[in-house]
Design a protein around this ligand. Structure first.
Ligand code: ZN
Length: 403
């Protein structure tokens, strides 16, 4: 994929920044089924217009002059995704930035709008593309068929003093990690080969991880439970939300009938589960409102759905990245399952606004692994790996924010 100014050098003769109204700091692409979504993070709310070009299929975005920090040492340039083959941009004329999206196939613009910034998120320009027929695409080609700025979501306004959503720690302050020791109280979780309860192992590991994270000086840590009590799954999520957590890490240890199976794995939410959750939330206006921190009371159900879906997708993208970093580090300390990154519909992972991962630290049904997990020094190695993984995640995040 080509980033930057390739093929658009005409504008380079003009002095840069003369008219720049803002900064485009991150570009994300995602694809589900027939739909491909582009999200561009912006420092300002902007006007835009869109038109199509054929042979090859392209979508052109005309925006006010923006400084793109994407791909140039800042946030990464995404690879080809769904209907989008590549993206490039440049100064088209003084005051105007043009973005060209090269398509893999004929595609229609299903939605295009700017989400105003909230206390937690920057302004975001969102475009949803859907596959269409060649004839339909060709019928709308050329700048004469521009789509102007859609006011969707029409009335959405950032609520500056929104009390329902805790404002997350700004960059350069401590990240808030919510640790969730699995099970507890009347629920022992898995029972090990020698009789140890999962709830004991998970709490011991969480306490170790808490002190290791706090020792770095970079994290504030809260536990969903710090003793042997029952905590509901929804309650665990709500505790994280109310604390304004930057990440949610649930700790578990597994058990299985086949006693030769061993190894660690990291779970994130499966896409189907997340879609269902987003749909359910969008139907409950107040919850959706609470989650994304903007006033949705005058929005249609479709718009609410898009907004909640967007928030959830961003959390899932982050969770996937965290899971990858955790696995890279854990692999250095312990045996992993062959497919180390797994997807499931675990209820504790369903926060739409907090990246959430669940670490299965091993199998208590495997004799050696159970013995290891009962040992403080073995758990210490695993938890040190988790600290390194989180450090990598937040380190990369902060250097991207600084640029
Ligand atoms: Zn468990």
């Amino acid at each position: 994929m080509v980033g930057g100014l390739a093929g658009m050098t005409g504008g380079l003769l003009l002095p840069r920044r003369a008219f720049a109204v803002g900064v485009a700091s991150a570009l994300r692409l995602s694809s589900t089924g027939a739909r491909t979504r582009l999200v561009l993070e912006l420092s300002e709310n902007i006007d835009f217009s869109i038109f199509r070009l054929a042979e090859p299929y392209r979508i052109v975005l005309d925006l006010p002059e923006l400084d793109f920090t994407v791909g140039s040492g800042g946030s990464p340039m995404p690879g080809a995704t769904g209907l989008i083959k590549s993206i490039r941009w440049g100064l088209f004329q003084a005051g105007d930035t043009r973005v060209v999206i090269d398509l893999t196939d004929a595609a229609d613009v299903k939605n295009a709008f700017v989400l105003p910034a909230t206390g937690v998120t920057p302004h975001r320009f969102v475009i949803d593309l859907e596959r269409t027929t060649k004839d339909k695409f060709l019928a709308q080609v050329g700048p004469q068929n521009r789509i102007g700025k859609q006011t969707l979501p029409r009335e959405a306004q950032a609520k500056p003093d929104d009390k329902t959503k805790p404002v997350k720690n700004p960059a350069n302050t401590k990240k808030l990690v919510m640790l969730d020791p699995g099970h507890g109280g009347v629920d022992p979780g898995a029972i090990g080969a020698s009789g140890i309860y999962e709830k004991i192992i998970t709490l011991a590991a969480a306490r170790q991880l808490k002190s290791r994270l706090e020792d770095t000086g970079r994290y504030k840590v809260v536990l969903t439970r710090d003793k042997d009590v029952s905590v509901g799954l929804t309650e665990r999520r709500e505790l994280a939300h109310d604390a304004g957590a930057d990440i949610f890490v649930s700790l578990h240890a597994d058990s299985i009938a086949n006693k030769t199976v061993r190894g660690l794995s990291v779970y994130t939410l499966s896409e189907k589960a997340s879609d269902a959750e987003a749909a359910a939330l969008a139907d409950q206006e107040n919850d959706a409102d609470r989650i994304i921190g903007i006033d949705l009371s005058r929005e249609t159900q479709e718009v609410r759905h898009i907004l909640v879906d967007l928030a959830q997708r961003e959390s899932m993208n982050l969770a996937t990245r965290v899971a990858g970093r955790l696995i890279d580090q854990l692999r250095r300390e312990a045996m992993m399952l062959r497919t180390a990154h797994r997807f499931a519909r675990f209820a504790v992972l369903k926060s739409p606004d907090i990246p959430s991962v669940l670490i299965e630290m091993g199998y208590l049904s495997h004799k050696e692994e159970e013995t290891a997990l009962k040992t403080e020094s073995y758990r210490a190695k695993l938890m040190a790996a988790v600290v390194r993984g989180l450090d990598e995640h937040f380190g990369a995040f902060q250097s991207a924010q600084r640029s």
